[in-house]
Design a binder for this molecule. Sequence first.
Ligand SMILES: [Zn+2]
Length: 341
Amino acid sequence: MENLNYKEEIEKATSEVILENLRIKYLGRKGIINKLFEEIKTLPKEKRREKGQKINEIKKEIETLIDRKKKELKKIKKEEFFDSTLPGKSYPKGSLHPLTYVIEEIVNIFQKIGFIRVSYPEVEWEYFSFEALNMPKGHPARDDFETFFIEAKEHQKFGKMILSPHTSSGQNREMQRVKPPIRMINIAKTYRPNWDATHTPMFHQFEGLCIDKDINITHLKGTIDYFVKEFFGKERTIRLRPAHFQFTEPSFEIDVSCGICLGKGEVDGKKCRVCKSGWLELAGAGMVHPNVLKMGGIDPKVYTGWAFGFGPERCMMMREEMKIDDIRILYNGDIRFLEQF
Ligand SMILES: [Zn+2]
């Protein structure tokens, strides 16, 4: 009896089948324990009781050990079990910001007609944002561009360090970088210290600049018309209205025909709910001022050019016919808004 090996055997069992076989071996009807009980009958009467108790203890111990081992094996099995038929967990997928898509699209439209995308500093010198654009120091036009000034040492020639308030700062830099012909598209972040329902301190602009011999307003109009048809749809048209900017002469505001009423200003005899007049303000543009060309090292007697400045945010909202009460929603990271694109 002492050489029974059940403890070790149960401990080494690696499956429930092995464990069941051990149970039969020891506790089954023809098992070892029953055989031991049988043997008691051959013992003298006075020893039977003591022997019987001992066998019972062993029987209980085997039962307990098997039970414990069974639980242990079940637990391991549960942990290891992999059900390949269950559907996988889906994790939320990120995507690009809707405005990033719009910017890529705009760049593609202009690249098709030979414009090259460039990138110029967002942290800029006053000179490139103002002086080089025909707005000398103290000129009142500078007030229109509310500006973030950076606490840094002033540059002897270029003045204070600022956050570029418009992409037009790239005009002079591009003229310094390449000789005409120039076909530049400059899309960048721009900064002005405004924070309300229609302004964010950081927004985007894209600037087109075309300089070559014999460039005139018809090229400007044709290019913008091409862009509007590609971006907003073939049925859309543009119109130029006279305006004033310090760095273009003559200057224009560009309107695009409304996508709802197609320029009529009314739908079924009622005033259009989107435009009221048939047109929506889109951008500013004009022929590059001769002073700006000169400051860029280009002879205005030989070359002419035009420039325009658009807001991608405005383009996007106009195309999607989005009525956004508060433009700040574009940048506050609200997933419920962003997921719609
Ligand atoms: Zn309309």
